[in-house]
Design a protein around this ligand. Structure first.
Ligand code: FPP
Length: 249
């Protein structure tokens, strides 16, 4: 896409309400690799290049929060080579991306369970988070070893410990509960995009997605482009969000 065309698309989006939080389920890396006779990890590697382009575009649009579902609590069931490849890719992405993310004002946070991750990977996560903590153009959350049910159960168990310790005696409201999730302090996603044509949430942001708009795109994630991302945002802008209410007369 020519840069003029890209600029026009960005301006079209900026003329309307830009979503505060966009979350993505980047599906189809495996099928993309298989079509080319490559190992699945080659699809994930190509997926990282797409990710870098989309993070740049999200920043250019002025989206303040962007979350990517990179590895679920269920993905440990995949073959060992694919799992270790994904763990290595996360470390590579974090280590090699710090400078560029800082230059682009991208604050990185990794959300999900840290149990099961190696000390080296946890160190790389902590380093990327600390070194980008002051960036405030785009908040980028990588959901890794993330499960929506696991997140809710972790919060429930935190509540149980707080009750046992006598630290909470009153009932919680939704705001209190949200503050115990991995996404504490972050707005709920307005828009969830899933590539490869699948129409499932797959245990992603179960609590936070209550009123998210869902857009499915047929492209496999490595083929997903900034233009496609822009057209998903434009589709979101055409939706009528009522949050259970009715349209004002
Ligand atoms: C789903 O496609 C994709 C994943 C489980 C991994 C997503 C990973 C990336 C986008 C790159 C890694 C990013 C980081 C930051 C580590 P699939 O493998 O289920 O594809 P398939 O449905 O075609 O098999």
């Amino acid at each position: 896409m020519g840069s003029k065309e890209h600029e026009n698309l960005l301006n079209m989006i900026k003329a309307n309400a830009v979503p505060t939080h966009v979350a993505v389920v980047p599906d189809g890396n495996g099928r993309w690799a298989r079509k080319r006779g490559l190992p699945r990890i080659a699809g994930h590697r190509a997926g990282i290049e797409t990710l870098k382009r989309i993070v740049r575009t999200a920043g250019d649009i002025g989206i303040p929060y962007f979350t990517l579902f990179a590895f679920s609590t269920e993905n440990w069931k995949r073959p060992e080579a694919e799992v270790s490849g994904l763990l290595d890719l996360l470390r590579e992405y974090l280590d090699s991306g710090i400078e560029q993310n800082r230059e682009n004002g991208v604050r990185i946070r990794v959300i999900g369970r840290r149990q099961g991750l190696s000390r080296d990977l946890i160190r790389a996560i902590e380093r990327a988070e600390a070194e980008t903590a002051a960036c405030d153009r785009l908040n980028f959350q990588v959901a890794f070893n993330y499960g929506g049910r696991a997140e809710i159960m972790d919060a429930v168990n935190t509540v149980c410990s707080l009750i046992r310790a006598g630290k909470i005696a009153v009932a919680l409201d939704e705001k209190d509960f949200s503050s115990l999730l991995y996404t504490a302090g972050m707005p709920d996603p307005d828009l969830i995009i899933r590539s490869s044509g699948e129409l499932r949430l797959s245990n992603f942001m179960l609590w936070q997605s209550a009123y998210a708009e869902f857009v499915s795109c047929p492209l496999l994630w490595p083929d997903f482009s900034p233009e496609e991302f822009c057209s998903c945002i434009l589709e979101y802008q055409r939706r009528d969000r009522r949050f259970g209410g009715i349209k004002a007369p």
